[in-house]
Structures are given as structure tokens and as C-alpha cells.
Design a protein around this ligand. Structure first.
Ligand code: F6P
Length: 341
């Protein structure tokens, strides 16, 4: 079998571990692998390179993706959709694809599979918001980075008796904020799933200072003030129609300072959460996903995604995986709120 592989959407730590695993598993079975460049742009335009064991030596712990990534949507105007992908596959003798991506990349994969392209998906995103898998790789690394930031903000907040707001990624799901906030003992965690009021946040800030403690607040970029809307950063929309979010942390810090009189600062972690070496957990998960994606192709599967359920890697339909986002349940937010203030 000749397998084509691509990494699409926002990058995340662990992509190279999947690439390495796919090449090793395929090589062991006598398959060939080619890597398509820059997400769906590769299969649409034919940009690819062969991938042998030597090409993936030493990349397990490296962040980013040796294949490059993009938010190219094969179904956007003028991109050519399934016909263009099929034409490249035929020209390059590719039998099946391994698509490594999040909701957008895998949503396109689901559509291509429905149109007869043989494709297996691998779930990646630091946001951990893909349905049908307990975890995506990249999330654990992002949480570690954000937790370390919260720990560091804590000591400087204490020294100056300031309120510090830490804005983390998470467009529609607050998983990073929830986990990093809980791990770092945040005094408030604000996520897109639960609209917030400045008044409530200021109550927590006051109670913190009353307890001789300086508040650290973790907020997802997609969090919305009650009755308001998302804060949009400059820039347009991507090929999947997403606007660039950002600014809620700074806005909230200003509001806290205005309402409470306490000096406040905001820090935006941004792409630091996506860069650098993956944690051991993410390396292992990514490696298992890569091995099992090739195994799925060998079993004749298409239109499925490998997924983590408990400690097992299972196969779920791409349709199920991309039908809706996995957001933070109310019960998890209630648990976290016990520690606010
Ligand atoms: O989808 C992953 C993600 O990291 C989101 O959390 C964030 O909103 C977005 O990507 C940022 O995308 P970009 O790299 O295009 O700025």
C-alpha cells in the first residue's frame, strides 16, 4: 500500500511523533509513505515528499510538524474538493490518506471519505475539543505550559499584591483553562461554556485579597461576558470561517482594576502553548495513534478516526467525531468553582 499523510490546522506538539509512528508501522508492513506538504494544500496541489525511516529519525520529541501545516479547506471556492484530491492521489499512486488534524481538517476528511476517498483520521488539537476521543495529543503539553505560567504568575502577583489574568487558548471549549487553572490553583477559571459577569469575578478578587492572597485568573480566549460577545482580534477569517480571537484577558484585567481599585495585569500565552517539545504523555498517545491509523488502513477501514477511550485506542466514524465539539460539562466547572475566590 502507498499511504499519503498530511498535518492540517493549527500545529501542536506530537505531530512529528505521529508522522514517525506511521512511517515505522508502514515500513514494518512493507508499505510506502509519502508526506503531503501544508495540510490539505498538499493533496490538492500535489506537493509531497517520500518519507522513509531515515527521514523521521530524531523527530519524536520535536515540536511542530516536518510536513508543515495550513488551514486550507479543500471545499473552499476554487480548491477543487474531492476531484482534486483524487487526481493527486492517482498521479502519485497513493491508495489511502492519513489525515492528522482537528475539527476542520477531519471535517474535510469526513466529507472526502463520503465521496470515496480512502482516509483515516488522527485527532490532534491542544484544545482537546474533538468529540469521540477522551483526549487529543497536544493538550497535555499545552496544559503543562499553561500551568507553569500560572505558577510563575502566582509568585509575582503575591509580591505586588496584584490581580493577574492569564489568557489561554480555547475558542469554544475551555479545557486548557480548566486543567491549567485547577492545576495552578487559579482563583477563577473563566471558559466559553459559562458566560461570566465582571461583578462575580470582582467578588472572587476581593475575597482573595481579604484572605491575604493575590488572585490569579485563567480565562479562555473564547470566554464571553454575560450578554456580550467574543472579543475578536484584528484580522479576517480563515478558510473555515473562524475569526481570530483575543483580548478578553486584557479587557478583564482593565475591568477588575476599574471596579476593585486593585492593580491588575494581563498575560496572553498565545502560541507558546502550541510550540516546543511534547510531554511524555503526548508522545506516547501520538505514537499509539499513528500505529493504529496504519492498522486501520490495513483492516480496510476508511472514514474512521482513531480515538482514545480509557486506555484503549478504538475506531470511531469521522462523522461522529466531527458532528459536534466536546465542550466542558457543567459538573466539571462546578467542581473547579469550589476553589474560586
Ligand atoms: O485550534 C487550535 C487553536 O490553537 C485555537 O485554540 C486558537 O484559537 C487557534 O488555534 C489559533 O489559530 P492561529 O494559529 O491560526 O492563530
Amino acid at each position: 500500500m502507498r499511504i499519503g499523510m498530511l498535518t492540517g490546522g493549527g500545529d501542536c506538539p506530537g505531530l512529528n511523533a505521529v508522522i514517525r509512528a506511521v512511517v515505522h508501522r508502514a515500513d514494518a508492513a512493507g508499505d510506502e509513505v509519502i508526506g503531503f506538504r501544508d495540510g490539505w494544500r498538499g493533496p490538492l496541489k500535489g506537493a509531497s515528499r517520500p518519507l522513509h525511516i531515515a527521514d523521521v529519525a530524531g523527530i519524536l520529541a520535536r515540536g511542530g510538524t516536518i510536513l508543515g501545516s495550513s488551514r486550507t479547506n479543500p471545499y473552499a471556492q476554487g480548491e477543487g474538493g474531492a476531484d482534486a484530491v483524487r487526481a493527486t492521489m492517482a498521479a502519485q499512486g497513493v491508495d489511502a490518506l492519513v489525515a492528522i488534524g482537528g475539527e476542520d481538517t477531519l471535517g474535510a476528511a469526513a466529507r472526502l471519505a463520503a465521496e470515496g476517498v480512502r482516509v483515516v483520521g488522527v485527532p490532534k488539537t491542544i484544545d482537546n475539543d474533538l468529540a469521540a476521543t477522551d483526549y487529543t495529543f497536544g493538550f497535555d503539553t499545552a496544559v503543562h505550559i499553561a500551568t507553569e505560567a500560572v505558577d510563575r504568575l502566582r509568585t509575582t502577583a503575591e509580591s505586588h499584591r496584584r490581580a493577574l489574568v492569564c489568557e489561554v487558548m480555547g475558542r469554544h471549549a475551555g479545557w486548557i483553562a480548566l486543567h491549567a487553572g485547577m492545576a495552578g490553583g487559579a482563583n477563577a477559571i473563566i471558559v466559553p461554556e459559562r458566560p461570566f459577569t465582571v461583578g462575580r469575578v470582582c467578588d472572587w478578587v476581593h475575597s482573595c485579597f481579604r484572605n491575604e492572597y493575590a488572585p490569579v485568573i485563567v480565562v479562555s480566549e473564547g470566554a464571553v461576558p454575560d450578554g456580550g460577545g467574543e472579543l475578536i482580534a484584528a484580522g479576517g477569517t480563515d478558510a473555515f470561517g473562524h475569526r481570530r480571537l483575543g483580548g478578553v484577558g486584557t479587557w478583564l484585567a482593565d475591568e477588575i482594576e476599574r471596579e476593585t481599585g486593585a492593580e491588575s495585569r494581563a498575560v496572553v500565552l498565545g502560541h507558546i502553548q502550541r510550540g516546543g517539545t511534547p510531554t511524555a504523555y503526548d508522545r506516547v498517545l501520538a505514537t499509539r495513534f499513528g500505529v493504529q491509523a496504519v492498522a486501520a488502513l490495513h483492516d480496510g477501514e476508511s472514514g474512521v478516526m482513531v480515538a482514545l477511550r480509557g486506555t484503549d485506542i478504538v475506531r470511531v466514524s469521522l462523522d461522529e467525531a466531527t458532528a459536534e465539539l466536546k465542550t466542558v460539562p457543567t459538573a466539571r466547572l462546578d467542581e473547579a468553582e469550589v476553589f474560586f475566590g
